[in-house]
Design a protein around this ligand. Structure first.
Ligand code: HEC
Length: 114
């Protein structure tokens, strides 16, 4: 790879919040077009998570709007892939792979507020 490009990408990467949260991807997700936050992501979260993760923030996380979902997107994604008591929605079953992939793609595409 072009060395300058490589260094530029690394700088952007370091300047972002990646230092706080580990990157959630083990490999590049396969995405089918641009994911919509309002139409694809939010309805899933509202249905599966917001009942417990309301404004009071059970477990320290509110998942109710673009701001708190995008800020904690990596923790959110990790919980969908977790096992045992860490798996969310709490008590299972896990969300379908296709739904988890949709959320992966939304994060991968830059967590658009679209
Ligand atoms: C039935 C209630 C309930 C539902 C539904 C639920 N959660 Fe949770 N969640 C909890 C509770 C309770 C905790 C705190 C658990 C603990 O601290 O051990 C928690 C903790 C978490 C944490 C923090 C985990 C950690 O290790 O710190 C994340 C992230 C999370 N939930 C994400 C989600 C997501 C994403 C969804 C929807 C897919 C969801 N939760 C649905 C009850 C729920």
């Amino acid at each position: 790879m072009n060395r300058f490009l490589f260094i530029s990408i690394c700088s952007v990467f370091l300047a972002s919040s990646c230092t706080k949260e580990k990157t959630p991807f083990t490999q590049t997700p396969t995405c089918n077009g641009t994911v919509s936050f309002a139409n694809d992501v939010l309805p899933v979260i509202q249905q599966s998570c917001s009942g417990c993760h309301d404004a009071n923030g059970v477990g320290g996380y509110s998942f109710t709007d673009y701001s708190n979902i995008s800020t904690n997107a990596n923790a959110l994604l990790s919980s969908l892939r977790a096992t045992g008591p860490q798996l969310m929605p709490q008590g299972g079953p896990a969300l379908p792979d296709s739904t988890i992939q949709l959320i992966e793609c939304w994060i991968y595409q830059g967590k658009l507020d679209n």
